[in-house]
Design a binder for this molecule. Structure first.
Ligand code: ZN
Length: 167
């Protein structure tokens, strides 16, 4: 994709949408998203589209296989402590490359720790959709263990890239 052209197009969308422009300007003062979404980096899984969110509504972390590592924990902590998000969603998805890689024992210098984590989460499951769901549940439980005093909800969801349903 042409990044520069894309931004020019976004600017012209803003020029023709006063509500969006006003919202952009309002958010300069600060962001107050109430939901943190942790999902996969997969280009087909775009939380703002899936949940039809406006600018400033979702705080988002995207990593391969929605696996939460140290760096992600820092971002979650920021979302909880400073942004006061009320809800955290770990969103797995169908046809996930990271899940496929874990099931098929693929390797990668930096991917290995993530694949090990997915394997722990999915145990012996080989159905990719079931495995993605178990992985998402595993990461949800991991988060709960890391933030035991968090008063909001931490939940697991799945996105179907064929139908766009969240389940
Ligand atoms: Zn994925």
């Amino acid at each position: 994709m042409d990044i520069k052209k894309g931004n020019q197009e976004f600017l012209s969308i803003l020029d023709n949408n006063q509500e969006l422009k006003d919202r952009r300007d309002e958010l300069v003062k600060g962001q107050h998203p109430d939901t943190l979404v942790i999902t996969c980096s997969d280009s087909r899984v775009v939380p703002e589209y899936i949940f039809n969110a406006r600018l400033g509504e979702l705080f988002v972390i995207r990593t391969a296989g929605n696996v939460i590592n140290e760096g992600e924990l820092a971002t979650v902590e920021y979302a909880i402590e400073h942004l006061k998000v009320k809800r955290i969603i770990v969103l797995g998805h169908t046809h996930c490359g990271a899940i496929h890689a874990a099931i098929n024992d693929e390797t990668g210098k930096y991917l290995d720790p993530i694949l090990r984590r997915i394997k722990t989460n999915i145990s012996i499951i080989t159905n990719e959709t079931m495995a993605a769901k178990m992985n998402s549940i595993g990461e949800t439980e991991y988060l709960r263990s890391k933030f035991p005093d968090y008063k909001g909800t931490i939940e697991s969801m799945m996105y179907d890239i064929e139908t766009s349903d969240v389940f």
